[in-house]
Design a protein around this ligand. Structure first.
Ligand code: URA
Length: 233
């Protein structure tokens, strides 16, 4: 394996090509432990945990695992058309590092969304075969009846899907229902409530697997997942 030089390190965490990274160093914009580094070919025996670029301390991890609290009116797409892109809530260098969303949330929905640049991690959570459960809190336009609850539990057939999908739904308080599903089909929760004669007004994803939306994250806020959280999948 080639030696880990400063230009390689910077390129691996999204600061452009190695040539562009060398230019940053030559401009005096890169600091390590409070000292400007002048040599772009400086070698590291081990990756430093953090490095300062242009006055901002950044983590040097290459594998990105991020939890973000998606607000409404934000699209889970790199080429958002009608709204702001979810990627604009993260540092630009994450896009250069290949970050993607794990599944999607509609522009109208909010709540927990995971993002990563690791395909196996994304696949593990997205794959319907793995059955990672997702929980959503919804507010409904009409009263949630026992009949609707039973129909959801039995399974409903959605247009263009090959088999019925089922969900456990519990009314927490009048008009606010928590629903748990195992797949991530297009508009699944909204379509399931429509299929039983109701209508979702607001939708917030509150958990994915064992991971709950971190209450310290305000709308649009994000943080890295801990190693234990990554391993929980
Ligand atoms: N189901 C929906 O209908 N919308 C989402 O954003 C997520 C699940």
């Amino acid at each position: 394996m080639p030696a880990l030089t400063l230009d390689r390190l910077l390129a691996s965490i999204g600061f452009g090509s190695r040539k562009e990274a060398r230019a940053l160093v030559r401009m005096g914009l890169v600091e390590l432990d409070g000292q400007v580094v002048e040599d772009p070919f400086m070698e590291f025996a081990e990756r430093p945990a953090a490095i300062t670029v242009n006055g901002e301390e950044v983590s040097t991890v290459e594998k990105l695992y991020v939890m973000l609290h998606k607000p409404e009116d934000v699209e889970c797409s790199h080429n958002a058309r009608d709204h702001q892109s979810v990627f604009s809530l993260l540092p630009d260098r994450f896009t250069a590092m290949g970050i993607q969303t794990v599944g999607r949330l509609d522009a109208d929905s909010e709540g927990i969304i995971l993002l990563s640049n690791q395909g196996d991690f994304i696949h593990k959570i997205e794959s319907p075969k793995k059955g990672v459960l997702k929980r959503y809190r919804v507010t409904l336009a009409r009263p949630f009846t026992e009949a609707q609850k039973a129909e959801l539990l039995k399974g409903v057939m959605l247009k263009d899907e090959r088999r019925p999908v089922l969900a456990r739904a519990i009314e927490e308080e009048a008009g606010s229902v928590v629903i748990t599903i195992g797949e991530g089909l297009y508009h699944q929760v909204r379509r399931m409530f429509a299929a039983v004669g109701n209508h979702v007004e607001t939708l917030t994803r509150i958990s994915i697997g064992n991971l709950e939306l971190d209450p310290t994250l305000g709308k649009g806020g994000w943080r890295f997942l801990t190693d234990a959280e990554v391993a929980s999948f």
